[in-house]
Write a protein that binds this ligand. Structure first.
Ligand SMILES: Cc1ncc(COP(=O)(O)O)c(C=O)c1O
Length: 400
């Protein structure tokens, strides 16, 4: 477990109670080192990158590129394109790779478990290009229907799958998914917004073509993420945003582009955010993510069992590789009301469709309450949540 005092926000009070932050699947809190790194950059080194020879520009460029170097090593990636987050990374695949490689009649395989950011860009492309979208169903045990997946592969050019569900915490069998997709001649995009914060993902070992990640879900700042790209897929991509920094030469007749990742990073990039993300990765380097995974999963399993005892339905299975997300509903209390009542006790949980409406539709519900745990959360906090919920249900829960 990390030291909660590294995270200044965790010492604040909410509604007069100590904050218990359990909305980590939405975004994580930032250690002081991340805040300091960004502050120091703005205080001492603020300048634009790649464009000037003065000292500050050199420091800004070094800081920005150091983040890419860290990401390449963290994910063992050949190419890392900086984006504004997972959403932009997926849109970059849709526009930068999809438009260059997909034609009418080609198929893209998605799943019912995807976040909207891995559905809507493909629906847009489908409308524009006549690309067929095939959705792999979710079974009653909340796993993907792997037989249907296999059947969806003939003729598919791309498979887009969420590594770990933000609603269920279910970790999909990505190794198997990638192997089968490649055997069928399809490239694979993994949405690792939820997977990357909880486990080290080696994209070279996985042989995954594209991996999309957000910094803010792994202790880094908002506004930055990345797309890792395998070299041969990188060669198939064309830039979709034009502007400064991504060009080699520009004349009035036309332009040529850089041949490295800058080709996909038009305009002034997120310099302070990259510096903050690098600091977050430095922090995470000192965390035993595997041990944390076991600790947090234990907390999630305990919480899920306690919630079931309180009459809640818990959506998720908390298998060994799943992440510590507990989505639940109580028959007598509306999700929003429950979240408000918990907030009054200092507990920050999420409610709603979690940007996964097709999945919730499949489950026959329109929202859940979601408690999601991360490195600074403790068993005592989970016990506090269950205690608070017991009190709420005793007071407002009708039959509970
Ligand atoms: C599974 C998954 N994919 C994609 C996203 C989108 O991430 P961002 O909003 O940082 O682009 C999220 C965010 O909640 C997510 O949980």
């Amino acid at each position: 477990m990390v030291d909660a005092s590294d995270f200044p926000i965790l010492s604040r009070k909410v509604n007069g109670k100590r904050l218990v932050y359990l909305d980590n699947a939405a975004t994580t809190q930032k250690p002081q080192t991340v805040i300091d790194a960004m502050n120091t950059y703005y205080t001492n080194s603020n300048a634009n990158v790649h464009r000037a020879v003065h000292t500050l520009a050199g420091e800004a460029t070094d800081g920005y590129e150091a983040c890419r170097t860290s990401l390449k090593s963290w994910f063992n990636a050949e190419r890392v394109v900086m984006t504004s987050g997972t959403t932009e990374a997926i849109n970059l695949v849709a526009h930068g790779w999809g438009r260059a490689n997909l034609r009418e009649g080609d198929a893209v395989v998605l799943t019912e478990m995807e976040h909207h950011s891995d559905i809507v860009p493909w629906q847009m492309l489908s409308k524009e290009r006549g690309v067929e979208l095939r959705y792999v169903p979710v079974l009653d045990d909340m796993t993907l229907d792997m037989e249907a997946y296999e059947a969806s592969l003939p003729g598919a050019k791309l498979v887009c799958v969420v590594h770990t569900s933000n609603v269920l915490g279910v970790r999909n069998p990505v190794e198997h998914i990638i192997e089968q997709a490649h055997a069928a001649g399809a490239r694979v995009l993994l949405d690792a917004a939820q997977g990357a914060p909880h486990t080290r993902i080696d994209v070279t070992e996985l042989e995954v073509d594209f991996l999309a990640v957000s910094a803010h879900k792994m202790l880094g700042p908002t506004g930055i993420g990345c797309l890792t790209v395998k070299e041969e897929a990188f060669a198939e991509m064309a830039p979709f945003m034009g502007g400064g920094d991504m060009i080699d030469q520009v004349t009035v007749e036309g332009s040529t582009y850089q041949d490295n990742e800058h080709k996909f990073e038009a305009g002034t990039p997120r310099i302070a955010e990259a510096i903050g993300w690098k600091a977050a990765m430095d922090y995470l380097e000192n965390v035993d993510l595997e041990a944390e995974h076991h600790r947090l999963l234990h907390i999630a399993r305990w919480t899920a069992a306690a919630l079931r005892d309180l009459g809640c339905t818990v959506y998720g299975r908390h298998d060994d590789l799943d992440s510590a997300v507990v989505s639940f509903l109580h028959p007598d209390l509306h999700a929003e009301d429950m979240a408000h009542l918990l907030d009054a006790q200092g507990f920050a949980v999420r409610t709603g469709h979690h940007c996964a409406q097709p999945l919730l539709h499949r489950l026959g519900i329109s929202s859940t309450v979601r408690a999601s745990f991360y490195l600074y959360n403790t068993m005592e906090e989970a016990e506090g949540l269950v205690e608070a919920l017991t009190a709420v249900l005793e007071r407002f829960g009708g039959s509970a």
